[in-house]
Design a protein around this ligand. Structure first.
Ligand code: SAH
Length: 242
């Protein structure tokens, strides 16, 4: 069976709702995917769940889709934010894609004392998150935040949010996972850049009650691997996997 086309749209979805298509969407559906009037696909918008829709108008520069029925309600991910320091472009793209697949609610690039890259293309990263959600059957798209400074993020840290601080200084040491009692809290994960965390950052984080330092095993992982490993650990302990 050919796989069903699944598309994110920035438009309300609901009973008999019509959805106008812009030029790019029309090109994709009717040019690339060769869809025609009367054919069906799935839409989601990150708010209204997933809908089965039919093509009611197909043109070169636009078109219209009409909602038939909701196929799935919105499934929000757990309240987990991923903080990471951007690395090389392809690896940063990978982190964003994996965060969307693994079920992060928010993706937060940060600059740290040893950050490799001080610029990100927020719109491009957001597009990666959308693509990952389209591909993995997600009904929610995590928001990619603008680049923020770690020190400023910590200055205004929300009281109740817990932080899984992945500290490479603990490599090879046993670390206890955060207590299951903290399951109901909002959470965040923090992954450092290739250069790791500075001593000043580490000292600051060590003194915060909300920060739980953990080790990701006996080997130093690259930041992109560490992000996936940490999200797996977190999902296992607190998440929506089972
Ligand atoms: N250059 C550093 C390693 C940085 S690895 C060094 O050689 O020490 C990039 C990030 O991945 C780290 O900042 C940390 O957040 C995470 N990380 C990688 N391996 C880890 C491990 N074994 N335990 C905890 N965090 C790890």
């Amino acid at each position: 069976m050919a796989s069903v086309v699944r598309l994110f749209v920035d438009h309300p979805l609901g009973e008999e709702q019509t959805v106008p298509l812009d030029r790019d969407q029309a090109h994709y559906l009717f040019g690339v995917m060769r869809m025609a009037r009367g054919e069906e696909l799935l839409l989601f918008n990150g708010i209204d769940g997933e809908w089965r829709v039919t093509v009611t108008e197909a043109g070169k520069r636009g078109g219209v889709l009409t909602c038939l029925e909701q196929t799935r309600p919105l499934q929000r991910p757990p309240d987990l934010w991923l903080f990471f320091a951007p690395i090389k472009k392809a690896r940063t793209d990978f982190i964003v894609e994996k965060a969307a697949e693994m079920g992060a609610a928010r993706i937060c690039p940060i600059s740290t004392d040893f950050t490799n890259s001080d610029r990100i293309r927020q719109d491009r990263l957001q597009a990666h998150a959308v693509e990952a959600a389209e591909q993995c059957g997600g009904t929610y798209v995590p928001e990619v935040m603008p680049l923020q400074k770690l020190s400023q993020v910590l200055d205004k840290w929300p009281d109740e949010r817990q932080l899984m601080f992945c500290d490479e200084a603990l490599v090879g040491h046993a670390s206890t996972p955060p207590s299951a009692r903290l399951r109901a809290q909002p959470w965040a994960i923090l992954i450092g850049p290739e250069g790791g965390f500075s001593e000043a950052e580490r000292v600051r984080l060590r003194t915060q009650d909300y920060a739980h330092r953990i080790s990701l095993g006996p080997r130093i992982l690259r930041a992109d691997t560490a992000a996936v490993a940490a999200m797996t650990l977190w999902q296992q302990q607190f998440g929506d996997w089972g």
